[in-house]
Design a protein around this ligand. Sequence first.
Ligand SMILES: C[S@@+](CC[C@H](N)C(=O)[O-])C[C@H]1O[C@@H](n2cnc3c(N)ncnc32)[C@H](O)[C@@H]1O
Length: 141
Amino acid sequence: MNKKLDQYIEQHSTPEDPVLEDLYRQTHIRFVNPNMVSGHLQGKFLEIISLMIRPEYILEIGTFTGYSAICLSKGLKPGGRLVTIELNDELAAFAHSFFCRAGAEEQITQLTGRAQEIIPGLDQMFDLVFIDGDKREYIEY
Ligand SMILES: C[S@@+](CC[C@H](N)C(=O)[O-])C[C@H]1O[C@@H](n2cnc3c(N)ncnc32)[C@H](O)[C@@H]1O
């Protein structure tokens, strides 16, 4: 993005939540391909979309370290749930620790495996779906 535009958006956006700031930092310290994490501006955008829709049920494909799941969960209706699917089982404990720190562990259900195999077994309608897995597989999702 244009640097000036980037600065302008940063200056006019709500500051990043400290838990998300740490999640972003830890993701960069501990994982390969850390650039997959949503980050502040994308995360805020997702939060706004979710707050506008006020979904009861959200489906996310591609948890990675959990940044976008936390942002999306902020818009859930009271009692609502977010189901997030991640292929890589090494990420689950890390993401869960941040769901707890964000106070979102009751709202977020983590499923591990290939989204294409898990989704047909979900007996549920979703009000909001965030597809953020492997771009080559989107048509299958
Ligand atoms: C771009 S990252 C997700 C970033 C995360 N949504 C965020 O914004 O912080 C994509 C993730 O999708 C996962 N993934 C790729 N193919 C998948 C599949 N078939 N089913 C579930 N997860 C998949 C990858 O392991 C990776 O962690």
